[in-house]
Design a protein around this ligand. Structure first.
Ligand SMILES: Cc1ncc(COP(=O)(O)O)c(C=O)c1O
Length: 360
C-alpha cells in the first residue's frame, strides 16, 4: 500500500467532463485575457468569502506584491512578516520594494501572534503580512488592532474560517494561490487578492495591468499579472466543490485523531472558533526526519516543510542580521507533513498512525 502526501487527482475525477466543456467553450469564445470568465470568478469568489472585491492575478506571489503596493507600501518601508512560511511570502515583500522585518511564530499554533509581530515593529513599519499557515487562520483581528494594514496570505487557507468569518475576509487585503496542489487548484498558475476597500481593489486592478485602467494612460509602473480566462473557467467549476473538499479534509484530520495520533506526535493547537482548511496536516516530533524515512520505507509519504527558514536563506542576508527566531528554528527542524486530502480514508489514517506507533 502506498499513501501519498496529496491526492489531487481523485477529487477532480468526477469533474473532468464539466471542466473540459468549460475549457472548450472558452476556446470557442476566443477571449483569453480578462474576459467574462475572470469577471464572473471574481464575483463568485468575493461572494464565497463575503467580501466586496476580488481581483484575479497571475499567481499567489504577485497577489502579495500587488496587495502591498495597493495598500501604499513604498520602497524603503519595513513590512513585518514571518520567516516560517513559503519563501514567496517574503520574496513578495522585497519585490514590492520594502524591507522584510522577520517575526517569530507561536510554537503551538505555528502562526504569528500580536506579541511576535509587536516585537518586530519599528517606526518604519508600514504593513504586516500574516500567513494562515498550513490552512489554519492566523489571529488577524488581533493583528489589525496594532494599527497597521494587514495582508492575510491565505494561499493555504481557502475554505478555512475564524469566528464564522472566512479566511480571506479577515485582513485589510487577503491573497490566494490556485497552484495545482492548493485547496482550490487551477490547471497552471493562478492567484487572487480580495478586499472590502474599493480603492485598494481599484489600484490592484490597475497594477495587474501595467498600472493602467484604460490601456491608454499608465498611472503606475505595474505588472503583467492576470488570471487568464481558461484558469478562471476551471476555477468556476471547482469553487462550488471547495466546502465539501474542506469537510473531507476535516474528516481526515478527525480520523487521525480517532486513530490516536496524539500519543506519538504533537498536533497544532487550533485557536478557539477556528475551522482549519487542513491544506497540510503538519505534526511535530523531535526526530521528524528519522520518522519521515521510516514512513517512506512503509510506503507512506511525509515531508518536512521549510527546513531552512527564510531568514536563513542566502538571498535574505541583507535583512536577517542579528535575527533570532527560536520557535521558527525549532519548528523548521521538527515539523513533518503527513498524508492529507479530501479523500483520505480512515483506514489510511489508521495505517499512518500504526506506522508512527512502530517508529516512536
Ligand atoms: C503561504 C504561501 N504564500 C504564497 C505562495 C505563492 O503562491 P504562488 O505559487 O501561486 O505564487 C504560496 C504557495 O505557493 C504559499 O504557500
Amino acid at each position: 500500500m502506498t499513501i501519498s502526501l496529496f491526492d489531487t487527482e481523485t477529487p477532480l475525477a468526477p469533474l473532468r467532463e464539466a471542466i473540459q466543456e468549460r475549457v472548450a467553450a472558452v476556446i470557442e469564445g476566443g477571449a483569453y485575457i480578462l474576459g467574462p470568465e475572470v469577471e464572473a470568478f471574481e464575483r463568485e469568489l468575493a461572494a464565497f468569502l463575503g467580501v466586496g472585491h476580488a481581483v484575479g492575478v497571475a499567481n499567489g506571489t504577485d497577489a502579495i506584491v500587488i496587495a502591498l503596493r495597493a495598500l501604499g507600501v513604498r520602497p524603503g518601508d519595513e513590512v513585518v512578516v514571518p520567516s516560517f512560511t513559503f519563501y514567496a511570502t517574503v520574496e513578495a515583500v522585497v519585490t514590492a520594494g520594502a524591507r522584510p522585518r522577520f517575526c517569530d511564530v507561536d510554537s503551538a499554533t505555528r502562526n504569528v501572534t500580536a506579541e511576535t509581530v509587536r516585537a518586530a515593529l519599528t517606526p518604519s513599519t508600514t504593513a504586516i503580512v500574516a500567513v494562515d499557515l498550513f490552512g489554519c487562520p492566523a489571529p488577524i483581528p488581533e493583528l489589525r488592532q496594532l494599527g497597521l494594514p494587514v495582508v492575510e496570505d491565505a494561499a493555504q487557507a481557502l475554505g478555512a474560517s475564524l469566528d464564522g468569518e472566512r479566511a480571506g475576509a479577515l485582513g485589510d487585503v487577503a491573497t490566494f494561490s490556485f497552484y495545482p496542489s492548493k485547496n482550490l487548484p487551477c490547471f497552471g498558475d493562478g492567484g487572487a487578492l480580495t478586499t472590502d476597500d474599493a480603492e485598494v481593489a481599484e489600484v490592484a486592478r490597475a497594477l495587474r495591468f501595467h498600472g493602467s485602467r484604460d490601456k491608454q494612460s499608465f498611472h503606475y509602473v505595474g505588472y503583467n499579472s492576470r488570471l487568464d480566462e481558461l484558469q478562471a473557467a476551471i476555477l468556476r467549476v471547482l469553487l462550488p466543490e471547495l466546502d465539501g473538499w474542506c469537510e473531507g479534509r476535516r474528516g481526515a484530520a478527525e480520523a487521525y485523531g480517532e486513530a490516536g495520533i496524539e500519543r506519538y506526535v504533537t498536533l497544532p493547537a487550533l485557536p478557539a472558533q477556528a475551522e482549519p482548511a487542513w491544506h497540510l496536516y503538519v505534526v511535530v516530533h523531535p526526530r521528524a526526519d528519522e520518522l519521515i524515512a521510516g514512513l517512506s520505507e512503509r510506503g507512506i509519504q511525509a515531508r518536512g516543510y521549510y527546513r531552512v527558514p527564510i531568514h536563513r536563506q542566502p538571498a535574505m542576508g541583507p535583512f536577517s542580521d542579528g535575527v533570532m527566531l527560536a520557535a521558527t528554528d525549532e519548528l523548521a527542524r521538527t515539523n513533518m507533513a503527513l498524508p492529507m486530502s479530501p479523500v483520505l480514508a480512515p483506514e489510511q489514517a489508521q495505517a499512518v498512525v500504526t506506522a508512527l506507533a512502530e517508529l516512536t
